[in-house]
Design a protein around this ligand. Sequence first.
Ligand code: NAD
Length: 298
Amino acid sequence: MTRTAAIIGGGVIGAGWAARFLLNGWNVRVFDPEPSARERVHAVLDAARLALPGLGDVALPPEGELSFPGLISESVRGAEWVQESVPERIELKQKIYQAIQLHMEEDAILASSTSGFTPTELQVSSASPGQIIVAHPFNPVYLLPLVELVASDRTAPDLVARAQDTLNAIGMFPLTVRAEVPAHVADRLLEAVWREALWLVKDGVATTGEIDDAIRMGFGLRWAQMGLFETYRIAGGDGGMEHFLGQFGPALKWPWTKLTDVPEMDAELVRNIASQSDTQSGALSIRELEAQRDRNLT
Ligand code: NAD
């Protein structure tokens, strides 16, 4: 029998989840009170249909059916996976869980796309906290495999394993995070990169375009196939990581311990970053940039 997912919130991330489930043969119901959500979901679905053949050896089942029920109750009833992707506001998420959980199946999973909140925060006013887990994806959800799974001690004990099975079945790579921390793992790393990028622009050391070139022409390419630790293990030669840390650790102590301040995000800095970033992309629209990204990713 065709499996069903309910997507609550059809923005950038919800539309990406919808495409991911549909193209893996699931029926998908999207609930979003904003009338433009329907158009956005179809646009993301078209982009996903275009991009996925580029992956080559991935055999996909026939697409599932897409619908847009007008009520939360119709969306979640009978669905085995409910993915919440509404804006990042804790009261909104907590409130919407109360509506969802009135109607969702007892053994269904209620997963949140939240980039920053912990499951404990999300579960605060829920009558069934055991159904709630964080499943944090990365944009574009239909192409990037990583999903950070975070449970709390109120999450049902079998939920992580069941969520892993489902995510594997739709071609994703679930990474179970061992503890609840703000921003989980990947965004926490990116926040440190963001902080230094802000300083480099503010101090006039590099433009947004030059910073992006430094990432995409160098360590970004390397990180696409090997992470931080294996990269530096190799850099340590035959002595491996211990040799690397012995050799470079003392020099890195200064940036590790001193580069922790955040620049004031005043209007001038925001304007400067935004105008450099707009210039950097030339005449390319967001849609054209997304298509370029998808071609390069596949
Ligand atoms: P978005 O603003 O693009 O989309 C949110 C959608 O939710 C909108 O379409 C809005 O109409 C809808 N919505 C608002 N209230 C609703 C309600 N009561 N019921 C149903 N739908 C409602 O936001 P986004 O970027 O897709 O982010 C959604 C979630 O995903 C956030 O928790 C965010 O932290 C997380 N996330 C975002 C990214 C990213 O790169 N944008 C990456 C990973 C995770």
